[in-house]
Design a protein around this ligand. Structure first.
Ligand SMILES: [Zn+2]
Ligand SMILES: [Zn+2]
Length: 355
């Protein structure tokens, strides 16, 4: 087992600045392991930390990256040599929030590239607690692809759990072709939703998502929320579906137009699940919730105990990863960040260490 004498990494020295550094391998505490990184996905959260002044819990210098797969090379013997996915959010498992089964929002949680000391995934190795690791005991695609399970796929899975998604459900995904929305659409279909309407603004991506679980698409580009509602009603009429009750609506964009559409579509006994994040405010007559007997639910991250089920959906081919991922060497991190920041990446990029 090759145990390194140092960790090589791309470290954020200050927001907007990055340097290649060598760090000593820390002494592993009981229950900790050292993971050799196979791949680390580039998430919009990283871009927020790097360019937009979103503060990290551990102040820079720190290594970003929280979508990580890899192999255990040191530490706890029971894990040695095993391939793993590192959950993006690791709960403390000791506080009242964790005891309530809501550890994905544990306030003492550890997140690589944010609050796990100064360690993150854009590195050769990372020390992590072993307790919540998701083992990859067999696989049918390269380990680096499975990095995206750790956030882009697990977050929509948790959203589906929060929504109580059942076979036969009616689902709308606002932003259903984006980096996370693509997986929200696929997961809704994989869990047996009867109808999955993907709404988004890119014509090519909308055409494509029909091959990956969307039963219908709505191009919302240039439409008001009310116009989207009309298009939605037309579709429901054609498809013989109710337009005014029961739909579960997942808002993934975090944008004002996306949220306005989601609120406009919220029907009787419906549920709106908020996954996207944006700083803007939207106006809504709150008493409509009472009149509709409807719910609005927030969701954050994913409990580590769901990771094996999420991984299984990928291994079973029910959630496709390869068409939506691009593998690039980690030495290209600066240009990949630039491209992600400019919105120029058609696929989620996973960086593989090439130090
Ligand atoms: Zn993320
Ligand atoms: Zn906790």
């Amino acid at each position: 087992m090759p145990v390194p004498d140092k960790i090589t990494a791309w470290q954020m020295t200050a927001p907007g600045d990055m340097a290649r550094v060598d760090l000593p391998v820390p002494e592993l505490a009981p229950g900790e392991v050292l993971v050799e990184v196979a791949g680390c996905g580039v998430c919009h959260t990283d871009i927020g930390y790097f360019y937009q002044g979103v503060p990290t819990v551990t102040k820079p210098p720190l290594i970003l990256g929280h979508e990580i797969s890899g192999r255990v090379v040191a530490g706890d013997e029971t894990w040695l040599g095993r391939e793993v996915i590192i959950p993006a959010v690791m709960p403390c498992n000791r506080c009242p929030i964790c005891a309530a089964g809501r550890g994905n929002r544990c306030l003492a949680q550890k997140m690589p590239g944010n609050s796990l000391g100064n360690y993150g995934g854009f590195a050769s190795h990372i020390p992590v607690p072993a307790a919540d690791l998701c083992p990859v005991d067999n696989r049918n695609l390269p380990l680096e692809y499975l990095a995206v399970v750790a956030d882009a796929i697990s977050t929509p899975y948790q959203a589906a759990v929060r929504a109580g998604l059942q076979p036969g459900d009616l689902v709308v995904v606002i932003g259903g072709t984006g980096g996370v929305g693509t997986y929200m659409t696929q997961i809704a279909a994989a869990l047996g939703a009867r109808a999955v309407v993907a709404a988004d603004i890119n014509k090519e991506k909308l055409a494509r998502i029909k091959e990956f679980g969307a039963t219908h698409t709505i191009n919302t580009a240039g439409l008001s929320a009310k116009e989207v509602r009309e298009a939605f009603k037309d579709y429901c009429k054609e498809a013989g579906l109710p337009s005014n009750d029961g739909w579960k609506i997942f808002e993934v964009t975090g944008t004002k137009p996306g949220q306005e559409i989601a609120l406009e579509l919220l029907p009787f006994i419906g549920r709106l699940i908020v996954i996207g994040y944006g700083m803007q405010k939207v106006e809504f007559m709150l008493s409509r919730l009472m009149a509709l007997d409807a719910e609005i639910i927030g969701t954050w991250g994913c409990l580590p105990r769901y990771y094996p089920a999420v991984l299984q959906l990928v291994l079973d081919g029910k959630v496709k990863v390869e068409p939506f991922v691009e593998i690039r060497p980690m030495s290209q991190i600066r240009e990949v960040f630039e491209q992600a920041h400019a919105g120029h990446l058609p696929r989620r990029v996973v960086l593989t260490p090439d130090f």
